[in-house]
Design a protein around this ligand. Structure first.
Ligand code: HEM
Length: 509
């Protein structure tokens, strides 16, 4: 037999065996998926779109139609109850709205973060993104070492010292708004407060002045925006990166990730040199980031990567969420003149004509605090958090076998009549100091050990910006704009909150 005939015969056998192997693997995988379905199908849930894909087609439809995916989860919660399941391939996620289970699971360190979800943001389209930083670290020890070092940078004594920066950056916004008021142009409040919050985090965390209101062509806001978009696509549509139509977008997102990480590397190296040269460096987040890597005692390269992970974490987590909260608050104040009037009266009472907001003022601005809390109830910028069930448990009477994820969403529970009467009504009185506290149904900063490190920081910053704005300006919302939410991974106002602005009649500035 000629050689080529032997080769051809071998190729035929090989192809046949390969096809058989693929077929057997596929059947094996289908049986495994069926086993998972059987394991969890006693828990209620919406019908799957597809045996293998589970509910992925629904998620893709929601993303493509630009809806808030959590509205779909809310509809399902109303229909299927306090615990229901969603499937994708062989994985199961339970959506839980029951306060007892929320308390039990989120408050306990024994439930780690869901590795499947957080792995999605370890890398973004093939590039290391948030890696093993504070938000994404799943292993308790790795996370705890970082948090322990970082905590002092968020203690009240340290935060008190940040009041000057909060005031200074908010003042720049006020000056910018004065020009807008004089020129009678329209202010896109989301874009403007976004510049302030990014300026603040860069200044107080990394000691860098960006001054974005004066330098609007900075690439950072766009890079953050692209990374957030990338996270949404990667989470909710596993086929996004495979489509040739999305190649350009994927490349843009990869460039954005690279920009953030190379900037992180540059700023970290500069600070490291300053430390080595015994220069006086602030005890800010960047200094803590350097210390964290030292403490983790991993090899040099990973050390460096973890530092950059945390740089990107603070760059992203420390900015957009607060900007979204502020712009939603301005939107709701614009829609409720009686609430706006009361908030302005409080600001005038506490500040009078004084320029700067003092640390002592913050505690006196109680109604403004209620407005900010109510804003986070209806519009929690960071919607949910996810935990992993390591051992068999029971939730709301259902036996939950180990090996699935549990999603908790403050967006869902905060919009349920069961927990908040007339939930879509903006009513700061719900958070009056004498009102009963929501019982594990309101947690915009998550709960327990993995709750937001920047909670106090963000609310101090939000209060300073909003106080100055209300003290200085009267505003009205441009008619005809949408009050809808845009789901970009975080939730933000779709319209950008367009306002016309004028100086307050009694303002002496
Ligand atoms: C209104 C503003 C904010 C909201 C609503 C918010 C919300 C959240 C939520 C829900 C989590 C948990 C995420 C998860 O489990 O996946 C979180 C974690 C975190 N946030 Fe915030 N955040 C805000 C502002 C900030 C700011 C200003 C900073 C930094 C200066 C920050 C830093 C962090 C960090 C480092 C974590 C991870 C904490 C850990 O696991 O130890 N956040 N935030």
């Amino acid at each position: 037999m000629a050689l080529y005939q032997i080769v051809a015969e071998w190729m035929t056998y090989l192809t046949f065996y390969l096809l058989c192997a693929v077929f057997i693997a596929f059947v094996g995988y289908c049986l495994y998926v069926r086993h998972i379905h059987q394991k969890y199908d006693h828990i209620p849930g919406p019908p799957r779109d597809n045996f293998l894909l589970g509910h992925i087609p629904t998620f893709r439809r929601e993303v493509n139609s630009d809806r808030v995916i959590h509205d779909r989860f809310l509809e399902w919660t109303e229909k299927y109850g306090p615990v229901y399941r969603v499937n994708s391939f062989h994985t199961v996620t339970l959506v839980v709205s029951c306060p007892e289970a929320t308390k039990e699971i989120l408050m306990s360190p024994k439930y780690s973060k869901d590795p499947l979800v957080y792995k999605h943001i370890f890398y973004l389209f093939g590039l290391r993104f948030l890696g093993n930083g504070l938000i994404t670290a799943v292993d308790h020890d790795t996370w705890y070492k970082q948090r322990r070092i970082m905590d002092p940078a968020f203690s009240s004594s340290y935060l008190r010292g940040l009041m000057d920066t909060f005031n200074e950056r908010a003042e720049c916004l006020m000056q910018h708004l004065e020009v807008i008021a004089e020129e009678r142009t329209i202010a896109n409040m989301h874009r403007l407060v976004n510049c302030v919050t990014l300026d603040v985090i860069c200044k107080v965390a990394f000691g860098v002045d960006l001054d974005l209101l004066k330098h609007p062509d900075s690439p950072f806001p766009n890079a953050i925006e692209l990374c957030l978009q990338g996270m949404v696509h990667d989470f909710r549509d596993p086929f996004f990166r495979l489509s040739p139509w999305n190649r350009k977008k994927v490349r843009e997102i990869q460039e954005a990730v690279k920009l953030l990480r190379t900037t992180g590397t540059k700023w970290i190296n500069q600070r490291r040199k300053a430390v080595e040269n015994a220069e006086d460096v602030p005890k800010d987040i960047l200094t803590k980031i350097l210390k964290t890597a030292e403490e983790l005692k991993v090899d040099d390269e990973e050390d460096h990567e973890v530092m950059v992970d945390n740089f990107v974490t603070f760059f992203i987590a420390g900015q957009e969420t607060t900007a979204n909260q502020l712009s939603f608050a301005i939107m709701e104040l614009g829609r409720h003149p009686e609430i706006l009037k009361r908030a302005k009266e409080e600001v005038d009472e506490v500040l009078g004509t004084r320029h700067d907001v003092l640390y002592e003022d913050l505690g006196k601005l109680t109604y403004l605090a209620q407005v900010l809390k109510e804003t986070l109830r209806i519009y929690p910028p960071a919607v949910g958090t996810s935990r992993w069930i390591h051992e068999d448990t029971v939730i709301s009477g259902f036996k939950i076998p180990a090996g699935c994820a549990v999603l908790f969403s403050s967006y869902i529970t905060s919009r349920m009549e069961k927990f908040f009467k007339d939930p879509l009504k903006f009513e700061p009185e719900r958070f009056h100091p004498d009102a009963s506290k929501p019982y594990f149904s309101y947690y915009p900063f998550a709960l327990g050990p993995r709750s937001c490190l920047g909670q106090t920081f963000s609310q101090m910053e939000a209060k300073v910006v909003l106080t100055k704005f209300l003290q200085r300006f009267d505003f009205s919302l441009v008619p005809g704009q949408s009050f809808d939410i845009k789901d970009t991974g975080t939730l933000r106002p779709r319209s950008g909150v367009l306002c016309t602005i004028k100086h307050c009649a009694k303002s002496t500035f």
